[in-house]
Design a binder for this molecule. Structure first.
Ligand code: MG
Length: 256
């Protein structure tokens, strides 16, 4: 199932998106998309709606250096254990919403990432049981003020600006995350192209590692790390992150 959230002619709604590309229907979900969703009976042509970020997370956890080639381009080796950090949920935006570069940064980078969306409250989840707590997967951009990340020595400011976590367009359930292509384009030029099979820590291992630290709640998002090819974005450009089998998350870049 493709789960999304839209601004419809009748208000904001969680929806299931069905049908062929260009002809999709958005069926309104009652209450919330977790568990087995029920439907209100209302639906819209997707083209009548504006697509929003598919979920409102209580928290976003992100993995640093989960691809060896990205660790190398950052000037080091990947750590043996996953390094985790957090982005505030106020950094989430949906497809087509502008990424706003703050005037305090001289270098704002894209980081295309494959994202896990948690489906139920959980703690201390063994890797082999991660599938039981995952709602589905989506596409993310871990936007980073690279100069501030390096200057501060920790990452809260550089990763935390409003608009620095584009998500979407959909959460795809019943999805095999083990080997799909992830690609980032800047103004149509391919900048990152890799596969989730090259992640150093798998989806299951990541859920186990993070849930050993903190309770995860429905809707929480885990960004699984970016592959090699990161780079800066400037105002007027457009960045698009695609994950095979899920879709493309595209956002314009503006200066504040
Ligand atoms: Mg990242």
């Amino acid at each position: 199932m493709k789960l999304g959230r839209v601004a419809s002619p009748d208000g904001v709604a969680f929806v299931a998106v069905e049908g062929e590309p260009g002809q999709e229907t958005a069926r309104e979900i009652a209450e919330h998309p977790f568990g087995t969703p029920t439907f209100t009976g209302r639906s819209w042509q997707l083209s009548q709606t504006r697509i929003l970020a598919p979920i409102l997370a209580t928290k976003i956890i992100a993995i640093g250096k989960n691809y060896a080639a990205h660790a190398a381009e950052m000037g080091g080796e990947a750590p043996a254990d996953p390094v985790i950090f957090m982005k505030p949920n106020t950094s989430i935006i949906g497809p087509e919403a502008p990424i706003v570069r703050p005037p305090s940064s001289e270098r704002v980078d894209y980081e295309g990432e494959f994202a896990i969306v948690i489906g139920r409250p959980c703690k201390d989840v063994p890797a082999a049981k991660a599938g039981e707590v995952i709602l589905g997967y989506t596409v993310a951009n871990d936007v980073t003020a690279r100069d501030q990340q390096q200057h501060d020595g920790q990452w809260t400011r550089g990763k935390g600006y409003d608009t620095f976590c584009p998500l979407g367009p959909w959460i795809v359930t019943d999805f095999d995350p083990s080997d799909v292509q992830i690609k980032t384009e800047l103004d149509g030029e391919v900048k990152q192209s890799s596969r989730t099979s090259l992640m150093l820590h798998s989806v299951g291992e990541i859920v186990e590692w993070v849930s050993r630290v903190m309770t995860l709640l429905p809707g929480d998002v885990i960004l699984t790390g970016t592959p090699e090819g990161i780079g800066p974005m400037t105002a007027g450009q457009r960045v698009s992150v695609s994950v095979e089998g899920i879709g493309t998350l595209s956002n314009p870049v503006v200066d504040k």
